[in-house]
Design a protein around this ligand. Sequence first.
Ligand SMILES: NC(=O)c1ccc[n+]([C@@H]2O[C@H](COP(=O)([O-])OP(=O)(O)OC[C@H]3O[C@@H](n4cnc5c(N)ncnc54)[C@H](O)[C@@H]3O)[C@@H](O)[C@H]2O)c1
Length: 388
Amino acid sequence: MTYRIGVIGLGQRIAHVLAAMRAVGWSFEVAGHADPAPVGLPILAEAGIAPGRAFADEAALLAAGPYDLVMIGSPNHLHFEHLKAAFAAGYPIFAEKPIVRTPAETFALARLIAEKGSPPLFIGLVMRSMPIVREVIARVDSGALGDLISMDATEHLHPEHGAYLARNWRRRIEWGGSFMLDKVCHDFDIFGRIAGGRAGQVASFGGRRIFTPEQADLPRAYDDGEPAYAMRDAGWGSANDAFWSDMDVADHQTAIVRYDSGLTLAFHSNSHVALQERRWYIAGTRATLIADLVRNRLIVRGALSRGRPERIDYGGVTSDLHNGADEAMARDLLSALEGRAAFPVTPGDSMEAGLTVMAIDLAMSEGTVVDCRPMWSEYDSARARSPS
Ligand SMILES: NC(=O)c1ccc[n+]([C@@H]2O[C@H](COP(=O)([O-])OP(=O)(O)OC[C@H]3O[C@@H](n4cnc5c(N)ncnc54)[C@H](O)[C@@H]3O)[C@@H](O)[C@H]2O)c1
């Protein structure tokens, strides 16, 4: 069948996802889109995909259905409104992460789904579809690592990427939520999946010490002469200069988490590094595992092994460091829509990942250790509402 798709928020992300869907052989047409200034058009054009009719807003787009899939790729503060509109229309939905932006929106969404149900809803936590991540989960589930005791993880972005975040809508709490919510809800989704329990206590330090006026005299060119901090079109709501923008989210942040299962996690992120890294180091009683998500490489060694570590190179490293994840997710999405397999992540997983990061952000802003239990009980009572 040829899928008839409606897009709300035709930005860079949805354009890349549509290109990945085309690359893995989906048959679809974009029937229309609602977006005041679609940043993704050049990416779509490059992929040879027509954007369909431009509608004034999501209500007009949805009224012109039916659609086999509605895709939501708007800035994070609009996700909840766009989800509600798409729920009312009733078509299957692919929505980008983070599913929503605040605890209040999360509780309201959980309540809405519990009371009224929702159409099939797939969230773009794309790391779930990566073969290396599936293998990490499989190793943990198999018991091969033993009991998970502690782990550390990193997300270190190149200065150009950090500067994009400092100029794009993600720089504002009111639009993006936070640095960690937008960037690493993926990782916290997987950590929650492997932890065997929810986050119990969290603490965090960080803030803005890189993309500030005080650092504005940093050199503005790479050592080969290419201009720095300005390469990518920063799109909707953008600012001109990474150092002089009205950014109010962090540009570096560390966090510690104790999960209810006992697993402890230290997380270190920075948006201006020369040596990029996205790495999980997981120490279990029976084995130790390193997932290097930049090099797409897994290393595992038994705790008492004297042999060489097992090493799996997944290859397919791409310049955007998604390393084929988008294509893998496109396949998962098609399988889910055709009823061949469940999508690897649920709306509930997405809400829990978001809430965990929101608790971390609260700990950073309040300078306290946050006890997550009240948050989880509010979430559980919201999602326990029975359908009316
Ligand atoms: N899963 C991933 O790996 C991944 C990667 C990048 C972005 N994302 C997510 O995708 C979403 C979009 O991010 P992006 O990088 O494409 O941003 P973007 O700025 O490129 O695109 C956002 C688009 O939303 C549009 N928009 C603004 N207001 C709108 C409205 N009222 N109605 C409809 N559209 C509106 C903008 O004009 C723009 O075209 C975000 O939620 C982001 O977190 C996910």
